[in-house]
Design a protein around this ligand. Structure first.
Ligand SMILES: *Cc1c(COP(=O)(O)O)cnc(C)c1O
Length: 434
């Protein structure tokens, strides 16, 4: 008998609503604070950089938020995304565990990020925004927003962390193909960028610096708004299409996950898969363990502090209640550029504090070993970020083997690595270090 390995849904099964976990939190999330007054930030103070419709979503406690028709129509280009069972990997590991993964690599940009990029471009268009400014690490977010802006006719400016700009030229070309302007950050386009370059011309950049540049660009140019690819509540919420689909697909597979895994940079792909499962933990008393995986050199949950901190290096953003390594922390140059962020989504931070989720961290060598094993058994080449989730999934499967017990593992395959081959080159030629 063939084991079913691919669980697909039809276009009609694209979720009609996003899930807002704010409605189900056992304790309320401490609100973002105004950096000057240290008082909870007001709607009108956020609208300098975000359109009002998205600020309202950011502050919303409504459980189910309807997905606008035009957004669902674009989602249909790649959603519902498939859920697969990695039977060859199971066999290679000789594990009794069942390993499932939700494949977000089939979006046009190759990752989960278009799930929120399309929504954000749509709401900005509705609000009359002409131009969006943003930052990007590995280029995944920049390319997703570039595509979304093009589809809705908005100009897009991307500040790309310089080390990735050099290491990952193909994502820059992808952004340019979708019509965006791309600058290596720190850049000469902003005062903050010029200041950083003056003090350190070789500065490799960081997400924090790039965010500062994008915000400065926004406040200095009328008609421009800022867009963030992770961390914020509305971004995490837009990603929950992933988990809602996965719940239906696990039902098709006739299994219930014992452990749900996602890698975390700012926390959004993890949130997208995990929050609908966390809801079932809170509301339906289900017992699944939910695990966030971070890179050990930038481990905000496992090594950071829970406190109010800025989202960016120049201290321009509201203060967010989150696990942080400090807004001035410049993470080492690892290949998983999308995981190089000093903080963590406040919602993910809060769930961790409440004990509803767990966290582990891995060095990049261990992650790449897992990525190789995955590619050689399942075919798909993972992004270095996704490799961290795969590492954790494999370790869970090995534990299951050692305990001689079945375990159902579900992880988020946040993106493919076809534009990350230079990092595979580093691994294959023995140059990858932790
Ligand atoms: C950006 C990115 C991540 C990390 O960002 P989150 O907001 O934590 O999801 C993970 N995987 C891929 C493929 C990415 O592009």
């Amino acid at each position: 008998m063939t084991i079913p390995t691919r669980f697909t849904l039809s276009q009609a099964d694209i979720p009609t609503h996003w899930y807002n976990i704010m409605a189900d939190l056992p304790q309320p999330l401490p609100p973002p604070l105004h950096p000057g007054t240290k008082q909870p930030i007001k709607l009108e103070e956020m609208t300098a950089i975000f359109p009002e419709n998205l600020v309202m979503q950011e502050m919303s406690t409504e459980r189910w938020v309807e997905i606008p028709g035009p957004v669902r129509e674009i989602y249909a280009l790649w959603r519902p995304s498939p859920l697969l069972r990695a039977v060859r990997l199971e066999k290679a590991l000789q594990t009794p565990a069942h390993i499932y993964y939700k494949y977000e690599g089939n979006s046009p940009a190759g990752s989960h990020k278009p799930n929120t990029a399309v929504a954000q471009a749509y709401y900005n268009k509705q609000a009359g925004t002409k131009r969006l400014a943003t930052e990007t690490g590995a280029g995944q977010w920049g390319s997703s927003l570039a595509m979304a802006c093009k589809l809705f006719g908005i100009e897009c400016r991307v500040y790309m962390v310089k080390v990735s700009f050099t290491q990952k030229p193909y994502r820059k070309l992808l952004m340019q193909t979708w019509g965006a302007s791309v600058f290596p950050s720190p850049s000469d386009q902003t005062e903050f960028g010029r200041k950083m370059l003056k003090s350190d011309p070789k500065c490799p950049g960081s997400l924090g610096i790039a965010i500062s540049e994008a915000i400065e660009d926004t406040v200095k140019h009328p008609g421009t708004k800022y867009s963030l690819g992770s961390v914020l509540n509305h971004v995490c919420m837009h990603q929950t299409v992933i988990g809602q689909e996965a719940i239906k697909q696990m039902e098709l597979a006739g299994e219930e996950p014992d452990v749900v895994i996602g890698c975390v940079g700012g926390g959004s792909n993890f949130a997208g898969l995990a929050f609908p499962f966390v809801r079932r933990k809170i509301v339906d008393n289900k017992k699944a363990r939910i695990v966030a995986v971070e890179p050990s050199v930038c481990a905000s949950l496992t090594k950071g502090e829970l406190r109010y901190d800025f989202g960016d290096t120049a201290m321009m953003t509201p203060l967010l209640w989150m696990y942080t390594l400090g807004h001035d922390f410049i993470p080492p140059e690892i290949h998983a550029g999308g995981l190089r962020y000093h903080g963590m989504a406040p919602l993910v931070s809060h769930l961790f504090k409440l004990g509803l989720i767990e966290a582990v961290s891995y060095g990049q060598t261990k992650a790449f070993e897992a990525a190789m094993l995955f590619a050689q058994n399942e075919g798909v080449v993972p992004a270095p970020e996704a490799a961290h989730a795969i590492r954790a999934a494999i370790d869970e499967a090995i534990k299951a083997r050692e305990e001689g017990k079945k375990r159902v593992i579900l992880f988020n395959f946040s993106g493919h690595g076809l534009l990350d081959l230079p990092s595979y080159d580093a691994y294959l030629s023995g140059k990858l270090k932790d």
